[in-house]
Design a protein around this ligand. Structure first.
Ligand code: CP
Length: 324
């Protein structure tokens, strides 16, 4: 693996999921791989899980870690080519990426969608500019349209839950549901979850359903062949996993079209499922998106899911270390 920008960089998804589970069972088995190697973690946006889990994974592999918050710790970075740099951005990504690439053997980047210009966000300018100028492998720590380290952790969490419970079938019903929120949030986590679950559905590992109110359709390239339902109750019937996430509209780009509280997940929803598990990437606003009762019940997998971010990062960093 020479970059980890999306699922397209994964050659064997089953093996990558298993690698994450192996890392969880034996975290320090590959410490030799990262000796004298450095990863730079570059954040354009806030993070708790991605920042700490990726740092921990790199350390488990024996790597050195440097972390920088762009704009707070560094100069603001200009991404556009050929512009007169007379604004608030003091450094161009051409120099910044090239210089960071001299200090680091690989670079992780977090850069969210701005939700102002859909075409611009969906071009993934920041990721591609770093990939173009850094000359070292790039790891996506959540970009404008995808969050693949989260999706890999989600796959690990589902496989682990299957292995730990005889009640979950070999091909569980997984439902991605839109949740209400007052702020416009990016589509990245939902897009990525669709991308990875569609791959898992294709290989017979899950039955995948997406449910959301009208107007919250995700981009066709991410929804793929998933079944889409606008009736959340019907979507939840017999579900083994409910994966909750809010996203703003893709068609009315970046807008909040409804905050309908009936879309929040409560124990009434869980009772419609097949003793279903609740997943969310976190952070989550309690009682706005999902009730305390669900989050504090044995149905919730959110802490284990977040813990698995360490093992998804470790599986990916290991693959990249093997290639450099
Ligand atoms: N799920 C996730 O990426 O969490 P952070 O935004 O805290 O990194």
């Amino acid at each position: 693996m020479t970059n980890f920008l999306s699922l397209a960089d994964v050659t064997d998804l089953d093996a990558l999921i298993q690698s994450g589970r192996d890392a969880k069972a034996n975290p320090f088995a590959d410490q030799h791989l990262g000796k004298n190697k450095t990863i730079g973690l570059i954040f354009f946006n806030s993070s708790l899980r991605t920042r700490l889990s990726t740092q921990k994974a790199a350390q488990n592999l024996g790597m050195n870690v440097m972390i920088m918050n762009v704009g707070q710790d560094s100069w603001g970075l200009e991404m556009e080519e050929g512009v007169l740099m007379n604004g608030d951005k003091a450094e161009h990504v051409r120099e910044a990426a090239a210089v960071i690439g001299r200090y680091c053997d690989m670079i992780g980047i977090r850069a969210f969608a701005e939700l102002k210009d859909r075409d611009k966000d969906y071009k993934e300018q920041v990721m591609h500019q770093f990939a173009r100028y850094a000359n070292v492998p790039i790891v996506n720590l959540e970009s404008a349209t995808r969050h693949p380290l989260q999706s890999l952790a989600d796959c690990i969490t589902i496989e682990e839950a299957k292995a730990n419970s005889s009640l979950i079938p070999a091909r569980p019903k997984v439902v991605l549901t839109w949740l209400p929120h007052f702020k416009p949030l990016p589509q990245a986590v939902a897009n990525s979850f669709c991308e990875w679950m569609n791959a898992r559905a294709k290989s017979g590992n899950v039955d995948f359903v997406v449910t959301h109110p009208e107007g919250y359709e995700l981009a066709p390239e991410f929804v793929g062949n998933a079944r889409v339902m606008h009736n959340q109750d019907e979507a939840f019937d017999g579900a083994d996993f409910i994966y909750g996430k809010n996203w703003s509209s893709y068609t009315h780009y970046g807008q909040v079209l409804t905050q309908d509280p009936s879309w929040a997940v409560t124990m009434d929803d869980i009772r419609r499922t097949n003793n279903g598990k609740f997943m969310h990437c976190l952070p989550v606003r309690r009682n706005l998106k999902v009730s305390d009762e669900v989050l504090d019940s044995p149905h919730s997998l959110v802490i284990e899911q977040a813990a698995n971010r360490e093992w998804s990062a470790q599986a990916v960093l290991k693959e990249i270390l093997k290639s450099i």
